[in-house]
Design a protein around this ligand. Structure first.
Ligand SMILES: [Fe+2]
Ligand SMILES: [Fe+2]
Length: 248
């Protein structure tokens, strides 16, 4: 049974909690996941010393497939130039039963995300290559594809979210992984699930006040996303949604 881990919004900088990250490293390494997907905002300000720490911290994971994408914070202060040197991208990650495709939604010095026509048509063609192979298709991006509760304004959504969502549905993507909002959540759109990770290691919480990451389990035809509280329990992410009580 393939097991993947999604870690997001590490935010190395002034609100970074290294002891929480130590715990994540310990927990995730003992899980021996097939891949770890880091969905952006590795750093808080996109500056050189933060990238150096980020590289050192991520190297502590004992996992062959470490899939890393940038967030808007990583592209600040010319961080987009450094990011490419520290974390060269592999956009198609083909494993035995699952393919992880990464999209870059971050843009230099901009908080809103954009996938772009070229990247979307590239993704559509890339997914077509796996037709008939019965692999689960996972697309990972930093910005959130659909708005989520408790996160305030949605001015900083993906600008072309509608186009990206249409391509994901048409291409029969099984799961989209997003970060950015520091709020664990999941939308189930029939065949497509869209899962959001909380923040792994900063105290900049939104509506959910514990550090967490996601665990993706693929068993036969089923794909389940679980929320793992750092140092605590793990529950299906869908339970968090069904137990949600607004304004209580
Ligand atoms: Fe973030
Ligand atoms: Fe972000």
């Amino acid at each position: 049974m393939p097991v993947l881990v999604q870690i997001s919004d590490i935010h190395i900088g002034s609100l970074y909690n290294s002891s929480v990250f130590d715990k994540i490293v310990q927990e995730v390494n003992s899980m021996k996941p097939d891949a770890i997907i880091v969905t952006g905002d590795l750093t808080d300000e996109g500056i050189l010393p933060q990238f150096e720490v980020a590289r050192k911290e991520l190297a502590r994971f004992d996992c062959q497939d470490l899939i890393i994408i940038p967030g808007n914070h990583d592209y600040r202060h010319t961080g987009y130039l450094l990011y490419k040197k520290f974390f060269p991208a592999t956009q198609i990650n083909d494993m035995d039963e699952v393919v992880v495709i990464t999209l870059s939604t971050a843009r230099p010095d901009r908080d809103e995300g954009e996938v772009g026509y070229r990247q979307l048509s590239w993704m559509q063609k890339a997914i077509r290559e796996f037709e008939g192979q019965h692999k689960k298709i996972i697309v990972a991006m930093h910005h959130h594809l659909i708005a989520i509760p408790d996160t305030g304004t949605d001015k900083i959504l993906i600008l072309d979210a509608g186009d990206a969502l249409r391509v994901c549905l048409e291409s029969h993507v099984d799961l989209v992984l997003c970060g950015h909002k520091h709020r664990p959540w999941i939308w189930n759109l029939g065949p497509l699930q869209i899962a959001y990770a909380g923040t792994a290691s900063t105290s900049r919480f939104r509506g959910f006040f514990q550090n967490s990451y996601n665990i993706i389990e693929i068993k036969n035809a089923d794909l389940t996303v679980k929320l793992k509280i750092v140092g605590g329990e793990s529950i299906p992410l869908s339970d968090l949604v069904s137990n949600y009580k607004p304004y209580s």
